[in-house]
Design a protein around this ligand. Structure first.
Ligand code: NAP
Length: 242
């Protein structure tokens, strides 16, 4: 006689169960696509928990670190994950390295979908800088700078007391910011270059500092800078040669 519980368990093990390492618009779009093919329970998106109110995603959602390679391996086993897709932010290098190690450890296939970097277009005035420290040093005296970086990366710029920083953040800062001259713009960037150009003009921005994240979501500021002939200090990806 067939053991029904056993066959249900086997069926369950054979079912696709996909873990998306997310935190990007592309990861959310992928979750929607995969849920349409495989159903809600088959797709789990994992977020680091860096924003207070993450955008809704299709399928299941889990939030917070796994606890390194060992924690991620344990999670993959416990959730019977059959496939991992790394669709994280290109500067989130630790989780990508952990995914490679954990997937190898538990023998789960890993697909990487990291968006390619933006390429300089005619009319762009980019100065490539390898690190944040180089970006701090490269800002001209008394500039007015849009800092379009993750909030955990802005502190080194506080050394430049001559510069006025306009700091864009998704969530309001938890503590007082250590800048001599600054203003804060709360919210996500607009995807409309005209709105971004208006924001740059209204704030008297003379330079933008950002990372070469790639993708469509944050590109409007680059197009806006091009339209206004504004210089962009572009922080390169680790190991990039451009
Ligand atoms: P990270 O340096 O690659 O990861 C640090 C730790 O955060 C990981 O070891 C992991 O903790 C946890 N983590 C990261 N992504 C995770 C995910 N999708 N699900 C579960 N846990 C995750 O990444 P980061 O500290 O988040 O950010 C590094 C850079 O990427 C920053 O410059 C940030 O601005 C940028 N960025 C990240 C995100 C994002 O969603 N993570 C989004 C936009 C920009 P455990 O070791 O405990 O598993």
């Amino acid at each position: 006689m067939i053991d029904r519980a056993e066959s249900a368990r086997k069926r369950d093990f054979m079912t696709e169960r996909i873990l998306i390492l997310g935190g990007t618009r592309e990861a959310a779009a992928l979750a929607k696509e995969l849920v349409a093919c495989h159903g809600t329970d088959a797709v789990i998106t994992s977020l680091a928990g860096r924003t207070k109110e993450p955008r809704p995603v299709a399928g299941r959602l889990r939030i917070g670190g796994f606890g390194g390679v060992e924690g991620l391996s344990a999670y993959l086993r416990a959730e019977h994950i059959t496939r991992v897709i790394d669709a994280t932010h290109p500067f989130a290098e630790q989780i990508s390295a952990n995914a490679i190690a954990a997937c190898a450890q538990v023998n789960v296939p890993l697909e990487t979908r990291i968006r390619p970097p933006w390429q300089r277009q005619a009319g762009d005035h980019w100065l490539h800088v390898p690190t944040i420290t180089d970006a701090v040093a490269a800002i001209p005296q008394n500039a007015c700078v849009l800092l379009a970086l993750g909030s955990q990366h802005i502190t080194p710029f506080a050394n430049r007391s001559d510069v006025h920083f306009v700091i864009r953040m998704v969530d309001p800062p938890a503590a007082l910011l250590p800048f001599a001259k600054h203003s804060v713009l709360i919210g996500r960037p607009s995807s409309d270059p005209i709105e971004e150009a208006q924001m740059l003009r209204e704030n008297g921005i003379t330079h933008i500092v950002c990372r070469n994240s790639g993708g469509a979501g944050a590109y409007a500021k680059i197009e806006a800078a091009r339209s206004l002939a504004l210089p962009v200090l572009m922080i390169a990806r680790h190991g990039a040669s451009y």
